[in-house]
Design a protein around this ligand. Sequence first.
Ligand SMILES: Cc1cc2nc3c(=O)[nH]c(=O)nc-3n(C[C@H](O)[C@H](O)[C@H](O)COP(=O)(O)OP(=O)(O)OC[C@H]3O[C@@H](n4cnc5c(N)ncnc54)[C@H](O)[C@@H]3O)c2cc1C
Length: 386
Amino acid sequence: MENWLKDNECTGCGACQNICPKEAIQMVTDECGFWHPRIIKDKCIDCKQCEKVCPIVKPAFSNRFSSSPEVYAGWSLNADTRYNSTSGGIFSELALKILEMGGAVSGAVYSETFLVYHQVIFKETDLTNIRQSKYIQSDSGYVFREIKTVLAEGKTVLFCGTPCQVAGLNTYLGKDYENLITVDFICRGANSPKAYRKWLDMLEKQYHSEVTRVWFKNKELGWNRFSTRVDFKNGKIYRKDRYTDLFMRGYLEKNWYIRPCCGDCKFKAVPRVADLTLADFWKVDKALDEDKGTSMIMVNTQRGTFLLESIKDNIYLQRRDLDEVLNGNQMLNKSAWISKWSGYFLRSLDYKRFDKAFYHLELKLKFLGWKYKWKKYYGNKRSKNS
Ligand SMILES: Cc1cc2nc3c(=O)[nH]c(=O)nc-3n(C[C@H](O)[C@H](O)[C@H](O)COP(=O)(O)OP(=O)(O)OC[C@H]3O[C@@H](n4cnc5c(N)ncnc54)[C@H](O)[C@@H]3O)c2cc1C
């Protein structure tokens, strides 16, 4: 069968690859580094399972998810967990509870080359790998199949991913499993693994050493600084904040490598697609936060209520208003804009180093801006004189 979805609509969630009974779908990267399903025609039996589980073609919303969810600000009372998490460490507390109960947790981990993929873990000692936001798209691989197997064994599974990954898991499973709890987050968009790997290649050249650790939103300089820390084999450390780190500037300021479909995300606002939604609780009272990281927790289902209730001795929790989240976190309702120079930038990484490509495009856009203003100014002057 032909591809059922336009490339710029596909989220790369991998539900189609997971469902295919003939292994006729492979996720391959395009020239910008984003994964897309490719059908191996010789193997395809035209069963259309892939189309049926695509969360874009067939969004699986259910009335299980509240349209007026309860909202909280909170953090882990374990100082280590909070410090080592991206916001308040609520995800780790939820995950710990599930693992203590003998369940499994699935989330994003770094590979040996510091790319990101989804994994299922069963042990508390593996939790540190899953913790922390990795601001690039995670490869789902065949994790949905693995989760289905664990669910069928009767174990509880906690899955955390982007809203589109959660939606993909839901449509792939095709039915509601009582022993599945899903967590999504307010998402600004998934970045191209190609852009991120090229940025790491640049750092490895600059520091004459291999990367040993990547840590986004590192809190050494305070949570609000949004710092990035990268450690190297030779003991050196790279540390910059959101205004000076080129990767974060390209993500938050220029929007040069967010996946195209994230510009029109189908999983914004409420109701959500997951039992719980996490995010940073920005603009929370200064007295409350102390720059250590505060999570926003949105409880979308009864299952979410039970799980949050079960960790309440291990977290600080304060009831807040949904409007506060809407005011402080635009990405709950709005998709990120995608720069029209995104493809140009990503392709230029084939022959330019990350920083060279970055500064080159920045200069080009400045020049085009001046040219536009100059044309407008002289155009106006000429029309006044004539
Ligand atoms: C790509 C991306 C964009 C985000 N955009 C926003 C935003 O605009 N506004 C906002 O308030 N919050 C955003 N977040 C969420 C935020 O960074 C925190 O993850 C969230 O507040 C939970 O924090 P925590 O301390 O409880 O848990 P953390 O320790 O941060 O745990 C995060 C969980 O997210 C999973 N995860 C990490 N990276 C990925 C990934 N690449 N793909 C899928 N799952 C992943 C981990 O497996 C873990 O389960 C984003 C996260 C990501 C990964």
